[in-house]
Design a protein. Structure first.
Ligand code: FAD
Length: 391
């Protein structure tokens, strides 16, 4: 009998409480039973499987670390494990979830007023209200800190927003969009809760992506959109506050990368044990085992790293550079793992039906979003050298 296929070689799950482990298994079962059978078709068609939302809501994992507003108030470690389990089966579903639970709800939870939290968070937690997070623009990606061109102009108890946002996940169906814009009067970045029916708000679905095809990314145009002062995120005063949200979500993206790598590794291991050439399973060849061990080394190094990252987060010790280092390392190693996974599967490695091809493509998006390798490296570089090398 062959040993079980698992990417958790150092048994990180063993570190979880019984309750956390039960939730991990619940999420895994949902992903394997409900998502795995449909995922390749949706990915190919670049559509989102809206029918899974009620079942995903039942897992009660949205806003898992937040306290109050119907949120479960569990650990950052649990949040990381959830991100990994989602991405292990499909990185797009994990990204959709990260936008809703992390970027959109997180902005409101960390920077909203009490009224704003009460208005939005309970419905978002139950996935009845969908959220998006609009920071990136057609001409402004990495340089968002100092370069946003979307403007906000105060007019009494209202604000007038103008500009464009690109790549915005969930934008095509979001009910509320967190829009980051530069206040033309004090030049600081402020956050706004834009309601989808606001006149002057237009969103176009982005087509022909070669990664995360299930995620519905939108190109947004804002033309004289009027937003009430009461819909401005009350505690978002400058880009530093935006960065607080990103610090939290970047840690989640590192876990997502682990899930993507783990999914690819597990599929590849399984495949190599079944596929026969020269009269025996290809997993029995030394060179194939070497590839598998390299993949597992990376997956294991990543998992132990993000485990400690979550501990720092749970102890209130997480710094920007901690999250950035994990994001850089994990998204880089993941690229390596998925390409080896594809390699050991030969030609079948590029067929969607064998799953690994999807991970290969999706790893490219994780590698670039929530701060590219260069930008996150510069954040770590600044912390360790004392010199900022951004400009
Ligand atoms: P650019 O900033 O143009 O960078 C191009 C290259 O130049 C990169 O390699 C970069 O590292 C390098 N570079 C730039 N500046 C420097 C420097 N100072 N030193 C060295 N190298 C540098 N954004 C949102 O706001 N909301 C979303 O929901 C969202 N979802 C996304 C989903 C997907 C699938 C993708 C691909 C992106 C998403 N984004 C989203 C945008 C994402 O955050 C940006 O793509 C990312 O920040 C990089 O910006 P850019 O693509 O404009 O690249």
């Amino acid at each position: 009998e062959l040993p079980p296929v698992t990417g958790d070689f150092y048994d990180i799950s063993h570190k979880l409480s019984e309750e956390d482990r039960a939730l991990q298994l619940k999420v895994r079962t949902f992903m394997e039973q409900e998502i795995q059978p449909i995922v390749n078709e949706y990915w190919l068609n670049a559509e989102f499987p809206f029918e899974i939302i009620p079942k995903l809501a039942e897992l009660n994992i949205c806003g898992v670390t937040y306290e109050g507003y119907g949120c479960p108030n569990r650990s950052f470690l649990m949040e990381g494990i959830i991100a990994m389990e989602l991405a292990r089966v499909d990185t797009s579903i994990s990204t959709f979830f990260g936008v809703q639970s992390g970027l959109a709800m997180g902005s409101i939870y960390l920077l909203g007023s009490e009224e704003q939290k009460q208005e939005w968070l309970p419905g978002m937690q139950q996935l009845k209200i969908m959220g998006a997070f609009g920071l990136t623009e057609p001409e402004v990606g990495s340089g968002a800190a100092g370069g946003l061109t979307t403007t906000a102009k105060r007019d009494g108890d209202k604000w007038i927003l103008n500009g464009q946002k690109k790549w915005i996940g969930n934008a095509t169906f979001a009910d509320v969009l967190v829009i980051w814009a530069r206040d033309v009067d004090d030049n600081e970045v402020k956050g706004f809760l834009l309601r989808k029916d606001t006149p002057g708000f237009e969103v176009k679905k982005m087509h022909d992506k070669m990664a995360l095809r299930i995620v519905q990314n939108g190109l947004i145009t804002l033309t004289d959109c009027v937003v009430a002062e009461s819909d401005r995120l009350q505690h978002a005063r400058s880009f530093k506050d935006t960065a607080e949200v990103l610090r939290m979500t970047r840690a989640g993206v590192a876990w997502q990368a682990v899930g993507c790598a783990r999914g690819a590794y597990e599929h590849a291991l399984d495949y190599t044990r079944k596929r026969k050439q020269f009269g025996k399973p290809i997993a029995a060849f030394q060179l194939v085992q070497n590839h598998l061990v390299e993949m597992l080394s990376n997956v294991t190094a990543m998992q132990t790293m993000v485990y400690r990252l979550s501990e720092l987060q749970d102890q209130g010790m997480l710094k920007d550079e901690h999250a950035s280092l994990a994001k850089v390392f994990c998204s880089l190693r993941t690229r390596d793992v998925v390409s080896k996974a594809r390699e050991v599967m030969g030609g079948n490695g590029i067929l969607l039906e064998h799953n690994v091809a999807r991970f290969v493509a999706d790893a490219e998006a994780i590698y670039s979003y929530e701060g590219t390798k260069e930008i996150n490296s510069l954040i770590v570089g600044r912390a360790i050298t004392g010199f900022s090398a951004f400009v």
